[in-house]
Design a protein around this ligand. Structure first.
Ligand code: SAH
Length: 563
């Protein structure tokens, strides 16, 4: 039992949230905190105190006895920012508790005992059903004791600090096994059950059949990802209810699609009834995979004909490819979602200089595949290949990973057998605009001046179109040592349609430690001062310099009248 103690209103709110999350494991101690702490210390295996560490230290100090037997104590601060493992880090399980409390309350776990592996995802927070001694294995992971990963099924887990051998183990399997001592079994959603049923088939018959088929094949019902059937049975109560009771979605397919699946046991009955020679096997196999249980009929004790059929398939592992924009450079311009995806991955793919930008955020055990400039196609292919093997991959890029970056080459390689998660980032144009003022207040465009992948004629045509349409332009890749004439040429084209006094913002290394910016004009800009770390934003005919800032009016009518 975990005793919960709080003193303030904010503390009580956090306390109640934890109590609601773990109703069976927690007990709230009301009353004066001194009495509450003493009572909880005597009665509970663990304490979570929503109090200052100083207060808790004073209260528990006289109660401390044996490090192996004392309860573990975790403190959560008033702002719910930190969950501090105070005493009993190992013996009392406070380290692990701090991590778990942090997950529930969104607080940062603070663990000060010597261990190199505290930065680990909780085994019960992976989104997979888990069986076995979670506490013991989590503690082993936290304490750096070797834990073996036995993956019988490929699944995109985050990085866990695991080894090939160990007294403890994390086993990833859909087979019906009892966790051994010191072992945790994770249940990947790897099984698809195809079901067929005649009209009015009772839920008990459908569900009984599914359960029996799984059990006889030695498969865990907790690994069932979905039930599949034909569209015509989408509303069949026995099937709908069976999916509901299993807590999985019911996915339906057209008879046509199912009829196109090659199955071992086709028959005439469903062909006549719904237009496909197989429902159960076809609905299980339609997305590929290995048929573990061929079509099987329900058995009725009353001698009436069977009303349900089912088949079970182990579907191919679905990897996860997160395409993550890191923002322009500053850590606080990296979004929380990007951070979460970096910590969700077990494989990180990216340009070495970007990897350096976030290396400290990665979980221990993350495999890093970094490469130098240029190897773009190869990076994209590597990321997709890793995901196809069922891994959780993060492919990173600076700014937004979809803007002149890795997202398109990667998605050009990717097929629909992996999940792709895009995480937007603050692109250079936006980071620079914020430095300059409000240059993008009206229509704007980004143009890359790199003619490495794009013929110059195309770039020039686009610059001309933007010039004629009076659109604010941000130039990416404006100038490098080998490419020095493109920027002057582009500026000349814009100058044909804009005054020499048009404001131009030049921002180098936006949001990085050596950020610099200049506000100049189309007539005065010296292209030689621009390099590859820079973006150049050219205003339109309405853009003004106001109090040293670059401002493009939003285009309200009175501002838009021709001058
Ligand atoms: N995906 C990136 C762009 C990659 S192209 C993004 O969304 O920002 C590379 C070009 O982006 C550089 O040549 C430079 O023009 C621009 N750039 C990227 N980061 C920048 C920064 N922090 N400051 C200024 N320009 C930057």
């Amino acid at each position: 039992m975990i005793g919960l103690i709080s003193a303030t209103a904010a503390g009580a709110v956090a306390r109640d949230r934890l109590a609601a999350a773990w109703p069976d494991r927690t007990r709230v101690y009301e009353g004066p905190v001194g009495d509450a702490v003493r009572a909880a210390f005597a009665q509970c295996e663990q304490l979570v105190c929503f109090l200052a560490t100083g207060a808790v230290v004073r209260l528990v100090a006289p109660l401390l006895g044996d490090k192996a037997a004392d309860p573990g104590v975790v403190c959560v601060d008033e702002g719910r920012r930190f969950a501090v493992s105070l005493v009993g880090g190992h013996g009392g399980g406070a380290n692990e508790l701090a991590v778990a409390v942090g997950e529930v309350l969104g607080a940062e776990p603070v663990v000060t005992t010597a261990t190199d592996a505290v930065d680990l995802p909780g085994l019960d927070t992976l989104g997979l059903p888990v069986e076995g001694d979670v506490a013991a294995v989590s503690r082993a992971l936290l304490d750096g004791v070797p834990v073996a990963l036995k993956a019988e099924v490929a699944w995109p887990l985050p990085a866990l600090k695991v080894s090939a051998e160990g007294a403890y183990a994390v086993r990833l399997t859909d087979r019906l096994v009892e966790p051994a001592e010191g072992e945790v079994v994770l249940r990947p959603p790897s099984l698809v059950v195809g079901v067929g049923a005649s009209k009015g088939a009772p839920v008990e018959e459908v569900l009984g059949l599914v359960r029996a088929a799984l059990a006889d094949a030695g498969l865990s019902v907790r690994s069932v990802a979905e039930l599949g059937t034909v569209d015509a049975k989408a509303e069949e109560p026995g099937i709908v209810e069976a999916a509901g009771r299993l807590g999985v979605p019911l996915v339906t397919y057209s008879a046509e699609e199912l009829a196109s699946v090659t199955v071992p046991n086709p028959s005439d009955a469903p062909l006549a009834a719904v237009g496909t020679p197989s429902v159960a096997e076809a609905a299980a196999l339609v997305r590929g995979g290995e048929l573990l249980v061929p079509k099987r009929k329900s058995e009725r004790t009353d001698g009436l004909p069977a009303m349900a059929t089912c088949a079970v398939v182990r579907r191919p592992a679905r990897g996860r490819l997160a395409v993550v924009g890191l923002g322009p450079g500053a850590r606080d311009l990296l979004t929380p979602r990007a951070k979460a995806e970096l910590r969700r991955a077990s494989v990180l793919v990216g340009l070495d200089q970007y990897v350096d930008q976030i290396r400290d955020l990665l979980r221990p055990g993350t495999r890093i595949l970094e490469s130098g400039l240029g190897a773009e196609e190869e990076r994209a292919r590597t990321a997709v290949e890793e995901a196809r093997r069922g891994r959780a991959v993060a492919l990173i890029g600076s700014g937004d990973a979809g803007v002149y970056a890795m997202a398109s080459p990667a998605l050009a390689e990717a097929s629909d057998d992996i999940d792709v998660i895009g995480v937007p980032g603050v692109t250079a144009a936006l980071a620079a605009a914020a430095v300059l003022g409000a240059p993008l207040g009206h229509d704007h465009v980004s143009i890359s001046l790199s003619d490495l992948h794009t013929p110059w004629e195309v770039i020039e045509r686009r610059v001309r179109a933007a010039a004629e349409a009076d659109i604010v332009v941000t130039f990416y890749n404006p100038r490098s040592r080998g490419r020095d004439w493109q920027l002057p040429k582009a500026l000349t084209i814009l100058a044909e349609h804009r005054e020499p006094t048009t404001p131009v913002g030049v921002v180098r290394n936006a949001s990085r430690p050596d950020e610099s910016s200049r506000l100049t004009t189309l007539g005065a800009l010296d292209p030689a001062t621009v390099d590859m770390m820079t973006v150049v934003t050219v205003g339109n005919t309405a853009t003004r310099r106001i109090a040293g800032r670059m401002v493009t009016p939003r285009g309200y009518r009175w501002q838009e009248e021709p001058r």
